[in-house]
Design a protein around this ligand. Sequence first.
Ligand SMILES: NC(=O)c1ccc[n+]([C@@H]2O[C@H](COP(=O)([O-])OP(=O)(O)OC[C@H]3O[C@@H](n4cnc5c(N)ncnc54)[C@H](OP(=O)(O)O)[C@@H]3O)[C@@H](O)[C@H]2O)c1
Length: 256
Amino acid sequence: MTHPSPIGAKALQGKVALVTGGAGGIGAAIARALAAAGATVVVGYNASAAAAEALAASLPGAGHRALAAPVTDTAAIGRLAAEVESGFGRLDILVNCAGTTRFVAHGDLDGLDDELIDRVLAVNVRGPIAMVRAFRKLLAQSGDGLVVNISSIAAVTAMGSNIAYCASKAAVDNLTKSLARALAPQIRVVSVSPGLVDTEFVKGLDPQWRDRQAANTPLARLSAPDEVANAVLAVASLLTFTTGSIIPIDGGRPLL
Ligand SMILES: NC(=O)c1ccc[n+]([C@@H]2O[C@H](COP(=O)([O-])OP(=O)(O)OC[C@H]3O[C@@H](n4cnc5c(N)ncnc54)[C@H](OP(=O)(O)O)[C@@H]3O)[C@@H](O)[C@H]2O)c1
């Protein structure tokens, strides 16, 4: 099933958007959707430089670039902000999509080692804060600055790949609200909160488990990456009076 963009090819013309984790399954869908709506897109990457370069080169429109955006490296983020300012002169939309996790059963507390907890919290929570801190000036200058944090319904269901991941996404939703209050009226801050998304990674998981997730969803399927991307587009173009909100894209999963 494909999900055409809800907005036209010029809705975001003249805007510059940066997507962290931009070469990932969901990040790439968001980068494509923003470019298709006319934005110039910076595809932020950590390890996947080649994939990010290939994606930037394939996006519709001109001027897109792949740039290093390792969200736990504050010095590197500072250099990225300087590069975006000198290269593009502005930033209108920041999508914090980078995230990390590993499956650890919730009862297996010994399997949830300190290294994993620290990495999950550093990437998923400190990363978005550090990105907003570094890009605050440019976003405020935009006149229509927007931060979209890609959260997860694990934040509210406490069902997800491990306990630290669920806690990290609850923290993301909380910081969406704090930042929305602190950065208004110049910058809006919104969480887009997906249920299980049918990325390549999820396609590779146990099919029976995936089928159970779909069966436990009122809409009886997983979300496609472009449905998450369309929510980001909607926030950027249509939902102009929305800030501090958590927008679920979950097919009703918490209802069952
Ligand atoms: N898939 C789902 O079902 C689902 C559901 C709800 C929420 N989400 C959230 O959606 C977001 C994207 O997930 P995905 O499914 O697209 O996963 P993915 O394909 O594994 O993408 C994760 C991305 O995060 C980036 N990343 C990891 N560590 C980083 C770091 N230290 N600095 C910068 N970037 C880093 C990776 O970049 P490199 O490859 O360049 O290292 C990668 O592009 C995550 O925040 C995830 O928690 C996913």
